[in-house]
Design a protein around this ligand. Structure first.
Ligand code: ADP
Length: 489
């Protein structure tokens, strides 16, 4: 499956009203994560192009047959899009791996299929959104209907580029909205293929659009545009807060936000298969080199088993092979950018200065590739005032903490600011249920880590980890507004 990235063709265009466009007010350098090669200059969509795109998307929403199409017809086009994406796995998995931190071994087995299946999941919702009749006097018909917002803006992150486009665009489209995606400036080169396939699938022009550009430029123009009716965002908590305040000040647009996390992996000493538990914790630490919002970054283990767990996790980490995303043998992907690499360094060195102890890792792999590959890192003696506790690190880094009894585990599980996901590893079902109810996190995974490949599981966090949900029935509900109708008769 390994391939030559220089043979992969791509488009660095915007996609507006069914056409690829290249207008820009400035450009920025796209640096490929694997080798830090300055590959190309990418257009920042200009304010004029943002205005034009929103206007065309609004017109498509109002005039085209999309929102007034029979829901089943919308579903058929979404299904066709999903089928075309899946059939394109050979190319799409390569351009995605070339463009991002995602490994070819994973994009070809997971990401492309996950993208297609997400679209299928939401296609199935298209004709199942129903209002209700509400209690009223006998001489009144009182009911609710659900209607699409209009133009939905989806702002997506760099860690799972095409999957994230599907998470935002598919429910919005299934609900009858027009969509504009603003992908991350770090991974701008794979979304064009989804757009090409959307034309083939039969979307009317202007219903699926995307604009490339930096968040502070193009992203900002989009968020402030009065024609945007709803914003769906995935990214950092700081940017999420900014987008929420800007959208409030520019028309009170509804937003839903999927943000950062500091997810605990709580392990009791009654687990029956330690290797199985270790493999799950390892996934929570190593997938995408820890560049996942739900990464299990706080190991909270019973004191009797903490050493054995840590040794096994370190052993797995030592076997991880840093390398290029287009090399099928690579098992430790690069950190996305120099800026992010420096951030990891700074969070860890400041914590060490404050008294944290690095048991293993804590430095960079020495490779000739050019990219930044952080060694799997285990830190103990972490106190709650340290950056490595307070901040999301976004690298293969885990804090190690221990507890003696259930009460202590409960007390350590919650994080003061984040509440995205939490994993509970135990064979005691009662304890798992009790903890699931107690922990203040949007997702609780028992003897499991990771968003499951069953798309009905609502994804989203509490506190600074977000507002609202992606996926599941809660996910589709984010893309409708509910109207109440009162008819005396
Ligand atoms: P990161 O710094 O790791 O890329 P961000 O949360 O800043 O994480 O970025 C996530 C997405 O939000 C990206 O698509 C980015 O371009 C976009 N973004 C960043 N800042 C803004 C902003 N002020 N307005 C709109 N979008 C933004």
């Amino acid at each position: 499956m390994s391939f030559d990235p220089n043979k992969i063709e791509y488009k660095k265009h915007h996609f507006v009203n069914g056409e690829f466009r290249s207008e820009h007010e400035s450009t920025y350098d796209y640096i490929r994560p694997s080798d830090q090669k300055n590959l190309d200059s990418i257009p920042n969509a200009s304010k004029d192009l943002v205005n034009e795109t929103v206007e065309k998307a609004q017109k498509a929403f109002e005039d085209s047959e999309w929102s007034s199409l029979k829901p089943r017809q919308r579903a058929k086009i979404l299904f066709k899009w999903a089928d075309l994406i899946e059939k394109d796995v050979d190319y799409l998995s390569k351009v995605e791996a070339m463009n991002s931190t995602r490994l070819i071994s994973e994009t070809s087995q997971g990401d492309v299929f996950g993208t297609a299946d997400t679209i299928r999941y939401f296609a199935e919702w298209a004709d199942k959104i129903e209002g209700q009749t509400t209690a009223s006097s006998p001489n009144v018909l009182s009911l609710t209907i659900k209607q699409p917002y209009g133009v939905v803006l989806g702002i997506t992150p760099w860690n799972f580029p095409i999957v994230q486009v599907a998470w935002k665009a598919a429910p919005a489209l299934a609900a009858g909205n027009a969509v504009i995606i603003k992908p991350s400036e770090y991974t701008p080169l794979s979304i064009f293929r989804l757009a090409e396939l959307s034309i083939k699938a039969g979307f009317p022009n202007g219903i699926f659009n995307y604009l490339l550009g930096e968040g502070s430029i193009t992203g900002n123009y989009l968020v402030q545009h009065p024609g945007i009716a709803k914003i769906a965002f995935t990214g950092s908590s700081a940017t999420g807060a900014k987008i929420m305040s800007e959208s409030a000040l520019s028309g009170l647009k509804p937003v839903h936000l999927e943000l950062g996390g500091k997810s605990p992996q709580i392990v009791f000493d009654d687990i029956t298969d330690i290797d199985d538990t270790v493999s799950k914790i390892a996934a929570g630490m190593y997938v995408n080199s820890g560049q996942v919002c739900t990464s299990g970054t706080r190991l909270i283990a019973h004191k009797k088993i903490v050493n054995e767990l840590t040794d096994k996790l370190i052993k797995i980490g030592n076997q991880k092979l840093p390398g290029l995303t287009w090399d099928n043998n690579t098992t430790l992907p690069p950190i996305v950018s120099k800026k992010q690499a420096e951030r990891i360094d700074s969070l860890i060195s400041k914590s060490v200065e404050m008294g944290a102890n690095v048991i293993s890792g804590g430095s960079w792999h020495d490779t000739n590739y050019g990219g930044f590959f952080y060694k799997p890192t285990f830190i103990e003696k972490v106190s709650t005032d340290m950056p490595v506790y307070k901040e999301e690190v976004f690298g293969p880094v885990i804090n190690i903490d221990t507890f003696s009894d259930y009460e202590e585990a409960v007390q350590m599980a919650d994080h003061p600011t984040y509440g995205l996901a939490a994993c509970v590893h135990t064979s005691n079902l009662n304890m798992a249920i009790n903890l699931s109810k107690k922990i203040d996190s949007g997702m609780i995974w028992v003897n499991h880590w990771g968003y499951p490949d069953e798309f009905s599981h609502p994804a989203g966090g509490f506190k600074r980890s977000g507002i609202g949900k992606d996926m599941g029935s809660s996910g589709i509900n984010e893309y409708y507004k509910e109207k109440a109708i009162w008819i005396p008769h």
